[in-house]
Design a protein around this ligand. Structure first.
Ligand SMILES: [Zn+2]
Length: 467
């Protein structure tokens, strides 16, 4: 299998450290707000990676963190705290905010058919691991104390800017805590922060009462669950210049070597024409909102699969509607075709080649359609495509959900009032049915319910800018 390793800036043959056992760590969400479909692109990408590794016979251990500790707003641990900002907005405690949005994230994972990570680890539950790691870095001579906290001394690590091709001489202070007169090098980042009495989450440490810097949690938890050296570390491309650069520095400071062998990064989802994802522009939705609109969230997964994780994609309700049609068509074909066929060896071979080449999913989707048009028997087509679905994760075997009970009840009630000639009540009920995502068509002897194919914009929710 080949994967693109950011550290080498090229596709490279993947060789696990421990034979067929593969350890993967993914930077997870900061749980202060809803994770929208754009945010979920990363987790869909790494789900496909996990499914591919498993398909190819590797045994995977997938670890993902939940950033539930208040680290500060920007990547450089400066500015206002995201968790505290979220709590203030909703009148909840920071702990309640974290719990609420972790729940929303895990529900999105389920709706998008993302494999459950083997380990989900919360930063607040690993404070002592983070302290131990910072102590180790300090004992090795890679850290020093200022009035703001314990800082990593990037001057001690000659390759600091190498991973991201950073031009260190051009780095500027990015906020309040960064303007630290005792800082030795511009890039020196905080391992532990002290003297912030207004910060809500605080713990005792050898450096005083305070809280960890953001970067230390990922190095602490990845090595805690996967060992000091593991196979793959994933994250968004925005993590390259700061978060992952600092993680690599922490690995050297603590263990004398890089923690991960391969670093994989997903590109971003943007709105139509490259615009920012923003609720005010009407291009931000959660998986839950899709479900409420009567759209199977897996239609979004299909849309994701038509793009490559390193290219990202443009998202709009139009692009989603365009993906929904072929997705539902595929499900229909699976339902129509008989069971009991055989997996075609040629298609299967091409499939394995594509997934083994840095996850060429758009080509796999094209291959699926090639199977549908091939001269294989219907049952063989079905079996061949369902085999590929083990990696695609589109749940193609399950027929599209039947119309839910409450919609059927409304439709029956409408039919009854219509027969009595109460047209205004019939019209009111028809609108209710439409709001639930269905169109009702009248026949001589009754009605037919159909899923509404035109996508409607939900009015709910607020802006979810940033990470
Ligand atoms: Zn991370």
């Amino acid at each position: 299998m080949k994967i693109y390793n950011t550290a080498e800036r090229k596709k490279t043959e993947f060789k696990p450290i421990r034979d067929k056992k593969v350890g993967i760590y993914s930077c997870g969400p900061t749980v202060y707000w809803n994770q929208h479909l754009g945010n979920m692109y990363a987790y869909l990408s790494w789900d496909v990676l996990i499914r591919t590794l498993k398909y190819l016979g590797f045994e995977t251990k997938w670890v993902m963190n939940i950033t539930d500790v208040g680290h500060l707003t920007s990547d450089g641990d400066t500015g206002e705290d995201k968790m505290e900002k979220g709590a203030k907005k909703e009148g909840l405690t920071v702990w309640e905010v974290a719990k609420k949005y972790e729940g929303q994230f895990m529900e999105s994972v389920r709706l998008l058919n993302i494999t459950n990570p083997d380990v989900i680890c919360r930063a607040t539950e690993h404070i002592s691991d983070q302290i131990e790691l910072a102590k180790r870095i300090e004992a090795n001579g890679y850290a020093y104390m200022t009035d703001v906290g314990l800082r990593f001394d990037t001057g001690k690590f000659a390759d600091y800017g190498k991973f991201a091709n950073l031009r260190l001489e051009q780095m500027a202070d990015s906020g309040r805590l960064d303007a630290d007169p005792k800082k030795k090098n511009q890039a020196d980042f905080l391992l532990w922060i002290v003297n912030q009495p207004n910060h809500i989450m605080q713990w005792d440490s050898p450096w005083g009462r305070g809280f960890p810097g953001w970067h230390i949690e990922c190095t602490a938890m990845s090595t805690r669950y996967l060992g000091e050296e593991f196979d793959i570390h994933t994250g968004g491309i925005d993590h390259i210049p700061v978060h992952h650069t600092n993680e690599i520095a922490q690995g050297y400071g603590a263990f004398g070597h890089q923690t991960a062998r391969y670093w994989m990064h997903n590109a971003w989802v943007v709105g139509k024409g490259g615009q920012k994802m923003s609720k005010s522009l009407g291009n931000v939705f959660t998986a839950q909102e899709l479900a409420e609109m009567g759209i199977n969230p897996l239609a979004y997964r299909y849309l994701f699969l038509t793009t490559h994780y390193r290219k990202g994609m443009e998202f709009s309700l139009e692009s989603l509607a365009a993906a929904r049609k072929p997705y539902e068509r595929l499900k229909q074909l699976m339902a129509d075709w008989p069971e009991g066929g055989e997996i075609d060896a040629d298609f299967s071979k091409r499939f394995v080649e594509l997934i083994s080449d840095d996850l060429m999913m758009p080509e796999v989707v094209a291959l699926v359609w090639e199977v549908t048009r091939s001269n294989l028997s219907s049952e063989d087509k079905r079996s061949t495509i369902l085999e590929m679905d083990r990696v695609l994760g589109l749940d193609l075997e399950r027929p599209e959900e039947a119309v839910s009970g409450d919609v059927v009840e409304l439709a029956n009630a409408r039919w009854a009032v219509k027969k009595k000639g109460d047209w205004s009540e019939a019209d009111r009920l028809r609108k209710l049915i439409q709001e639930k995502g269905y169109i009702i068509e009248d026949r001589a002897d009754g009605f037919k319910l159909k899923r509404d194919q035109t996508v409607k914009v939900s009015e709910k929710g607020e802006t979810n800018e940033g990470r």
